[in-house]
Ligand binder design. Sequence first.
Ligand code: SF4
Length: 101
Amino acid sequence: MAIPLQQHIVYGPVRSRRLGRSLGVNVLPMGLKVCNMNCAYCQYGWTGGSRTPAGRAKPWPTPASVNSAVTARLRRAARDGELLDRLTVAGHGSVLSLVEK
Ligand code: SF4
C-alpha cells in the first residue's frame, strides 16, 4: 500500500535503522510523485501524475523556500533540544527524473 505524498518541504524526523533520526527534505512539488521509474515496490505507488499537464504545471520549491523551511525547522529543533542525526534530501520520486527528453 502506498504512503501519502509529502505536503511540506521538511518532514519527519523519520526513524531509520541506518540513518537514525533523519529529517527529510522534499525538493519536489508538493503532493506529486516525480520519477521516471515505476518500481513495483515503490512506497509512493505508481508514477503517472508528473507526466500529465496538471503535474507539469505544479510549482517546484525554490532554493530560497527550501532554505527557509530547513532553517526554521533546525532552529525549532535547537530551541527544543531535539536531536537529529541526518538531513536527507529525498522526497517522493527521483531527482534524476528532472531530465526529460
Ligand atoms: S521513487 Fe524510487 S522506488 Fe519509487 S519508482 Fe522512483 S526510483 Fe522507484
